[in-house]
Design a protein around this ligand. Sequence first.
Ligand code: ADP
Ligand code: MG
Length: 321
Amino acid sequence: MLKVEEISRKYGELTVVDKLSFSVNQGEFVALLGPSGCGKSTSLKMIAGLETPDAGSIELEGRNITRLSPGERKLAMVFQSYALFPHLKVEDNILFGLQARKVPKGEQKKRLDSVVDLVGLGDHLQKKPGQLSGGQCQRVALARAIVAEAKLCLMDEPLSNLDAKLRNEMRTEIRALQQRLGMSVIYVTHDQVEAMSMADRIVLMNNGKVEQIDVPEALYNNPKTIFTAQFIGSPPMNIIKSGSENLGIRPEHIEISEQGMPATILSCDYHGADTIVLADISGQGEDQKLVKIRYPGHALFASDQNISISWAPQNEHRFPL
Ligand code: ADP
Ligand code: MG
């Protein structure tokens, strides 16, 4: 339903989005993922019509919308800052767009009733945003996007103001809503866990460019570059220089075993369910070569202890030097 083709944007001499192309299918949840400053928000703003691309085109359902005003695109947006009107009641915040578009009152009421149950705001309609928690404010912003019944909903880091527990709950909630309503969503985030757990497909960006576009499993199992390999998964994939290539192995795929590559323990970082063990695999007289190992449960190794590590060959990744 949406086709972004080679859009670019410069600020002065700096190219912040460089020939970005991707598409969104009807009912699909696509995450735009990448480190802070890689051009995610600028890309989303170009799709929304809040920024104009210097080159490239954007098509919505076969119609070129590259130069249309935001209003003409009929897209819904949810931002990190909830962008609610503090002086308006929750109800009026939700209905603001419909009121502005002069949607008949009966229709407004119908849409309000159905969305209020979905996002659980029934008891709060007469309150002002100042009387709500962060999670409730984000639900109001979400409700406003849903009642708009837009073809495509754009979300820019909508959960980053919430604490970790609420963020987790809202992730599940947004994903469930999106699936129930069959919404098409572009969701911007710098958090790989968020993208991996919510998205049907991920557009991974690096420095204004597409690094890799794939379903979450493929980004994890078949990263095409070291950047992807290390951006997806935590701790990042270990990269070991070996002859003419880089060998990649994830911390969760390394076992501490009877036989294998000799290593020396440097430190153990206990997390509860597992321990991240930092070890040195360099030979005598060589510079340190560090690897991280995700060890299930509580690892009780002394620093300087000598161990052996191994992994299954099918878990090796290879990247050219
Ligand atoms: P992200 O959302 O991935 O963190 P942004 O799209 O916000 O990244 O920004 C990408 C780059 O563009 C950053 O280096 C940022 O400083 C720069 N940038 C964003 N907006 C402007 C602007 N209006 N003027 C100049 N530089 C900008
Ligand atoms: Mg941003």
